[in-house]
Write a protein that binds this ligand. Structure first.
Ligand code: AMP
Length: 113
């Protein structure tokens, strides 16, 4: 069940500010407030979805491919592909997901632990 009041839903609605890296009508990429690497970006689609499986199972191919193609563009825009990077998506209790809106973490800019 999607929580309309989760932090990322509030960011999408503009109720909470964030440091935007890229935004359009469908997606938002912004800086993590508590970065775990020199560069730590979060990417979210603007549709209501809890995690990766919810997103891919319940939305159309255009929405899904647009999100991952934009992820590709953001990685290249930040030149993370030159030195390497990590993309992670946490889900649920076992995955230690804190915010119940599907998101990816893009980490890079240094050698990661
Ligand atoms: P996860 O454990 O995958 O759900 O990670 C949620 C991430 O969201 C954490 O890395 C937090 O630091 C980050 N976060 C939480 N609130 C905000 C916020 N208001 N702006 C930016 N990042 C946030």
């Amino acid at each position: 069940m999607y929580d309309n009041n989760n932090v990322f839903a509030k960011i999408i609605k503009g109720e909470i500010s964030c440091e935007k890296v890229y935004e359009d009508d469908d997606v938002l990429f912004f800086k993590d407030i508590n970065p775990k690497a020199k560069i730590h970006i979060l990417g979210i689609p603007k549709v209501k979805c809890v995690d990766l499986v919810d997103f891919i199972s319940n939305y159309d191919e255009k929405t899904i491919s647009n999100f991952f193609k934009t992820t590709n563009n953001v990685i290249k825009k930040l030149e993370l592909n030159k030195g390497g990077y990590r993309v992670v998506s946490n889900s649920g209790i076992n995955g230690r997901q804190e915010v119940p809106h599907f998101h990816i973490h893009i980490l890079g800019g240094e050698i990661l632990d």
